[in-house]
Design a protein around this ligand. Structure first.
Ligand code: PMP
Length: 367
């Protein structure tokens, strides 16, 4: 049988996501993982203890996320959502949320406005549900104006999805622009994966704007990428629609246990965030002093650089860092990232970042 004749048009339009960088990291555990915007500090001892206690109970199903009100309430408290548990639902990582939301809203032909560049899975999942992607293009510094978005609106525009801080640029879409977007007749999804590193969130806008959906994750500041937990914040009406497409029991028992324990150790999260911010700002300053390197000011846990003026490609720099034991991410040629000179480096310890800055300086000075 010619399988391709049976595959839906939408799936044919879909694209695979390349996750080789995680494979490489697990194959070479001695390398420092500065390629995936994870936290480089280990989980809180309280998380390890809680998970260990539940290991003998893995024969049982977890409860469904919708009934685990204790966890939902803890998440609402952590995010500062006054309405509580009814304003939260969970995804198996925020990557699952990026799949759930287009499924909730899109009919074939609907358009989704996406900043270009932004987190690449946004440009893949809507296609699977018949959606059309409309690129919103910033200036050369990856700065967006309100008109960049409104010029692209049509009768078919159903959603806007954006990350704030932006992945991979690290900057924040100004709050006033976001408020203007919320006044439009569209669903606005704000992915706050990196919010803790920016100290800025739009949670306070949820009550006034019932078209706002916020996505959060345990993979960045909370440092639990391995448990795969994301959460959605929105009004109860919106949450009830998203609940209709959420796969039952989509969040594992150990994930739920680890999440609650992590939230009970808020100081641990805060301390890690402080360390990352200090290392990020120090690293950005060091990079800014290297001639030929353009540093994009970051409010996240990674720094994007453009080395076009130095003439040394991102690939050459990535190889140089790899030989010294550091995995980084060459984003050149990705959506909205033209050329060969864009390298993104996740923030590790202060020592890592001093070392990486010195390695980059040395390689670039060789030309
Ligand atoms: N959103 C953004 C903006 C990201 O950068 C990432 C991970 N790199 C994710 C979501 C996915 O996170 P999760 O581990 O929660 O699936």
């Amino acid at each position: 049988m010619d399988l391709s004749k049976k595959i839906s048009k939408a799936v044919k339009a879909g694209k695979l996501y390349n996750l080789e960088h995680f494979h490489n990291a697990w194959e070479n555990e001695d390398l420092r993982r500065l390629m995936g915007n994870e936290l480089l500090f280990p989980p809180s001892p309280r998380v390890i203890e809680a998970v260990t206690q539940f290991l003998p109970k893995m024969n049982y199903y977890p409860e469904d996320p919708a009934t685990n009100k204790k966890l939902l309430q803890a998440l609402a408290d952590y995010a500062g959502v006054a309405g509580g548990a009814d304003w939260v639902t969970l995804g198996n990582g925020s990557m699952e949320i990026i799949d759930m939301l287009p499924r909730t809203f899109l009919d074939p032909g609907d358009e989704v406005l996406l900043p270009c560049p932004d987190y690449s899975p946004y440009a893949r999942r809507p296609l699977l549900y018949g959606g059309t992607i409309v690129d919103v293009v910033p200036d050369a510094d990856f700065i967006y104006t309100l008109e960049d978005f409104t010029n692209k609106l049509t009768k078919m525009t159903k959603m806007i999805i954006l990350s704030r801080p932006n992945a991979p640029a690290g900057n924040l879409l100004p709050r006033e622009i976001l408020i203007s977007l919320l006044k439009l007749d569209v669903i606005v999804v704000v992915d706050e994966a990196y919010t803790e590193f920016s100290g800025e969130s739009v949670v306070g806008l949820l009550e006034q704007h019932n078209n706002l959906i916020i996505s959060r994750t345990f993979s960045k500041a909370i440092g639990l990428g391995g448990i795969r937990l994301g959460f959605v914040l929105s009004n109860p009406d919106m949450i009830s629609y998203i609940e209709r497409i959420r796969v039952p029991l989509n969040v594992s028992l150990l994930t739920q246990v680890a999440a609650l324990a992590a939230l009970e150790d808020a100081d641990y999260i805060r301390n890690n965030v402080k360390k990352v911010i200090a290392a990020r700002d120090m690293f950005s300053n060091q990079l800014a002093q290297i001639s030929g390197v353009k540093v994009f000011p970051s409010q996240g846990n990674s720094v994007l650089i453009n080395t076009h003026e130095s003439g040394v490609s991102a690939e050459a720099l990535q190889m140089h860092l790899l030989q010294a034991g550091y995995l980084t991410r060459n984003l050149s040629g990705g959506r909205g990232i033209p050329g060969d000179f864009f390298l993104r480096i996740t923030i590790g310890t202060a020592d890592d970042m001093h070392h990486v800055a010195a390695l980059l300086r040395e390689r670039i000075s060789r030309g």
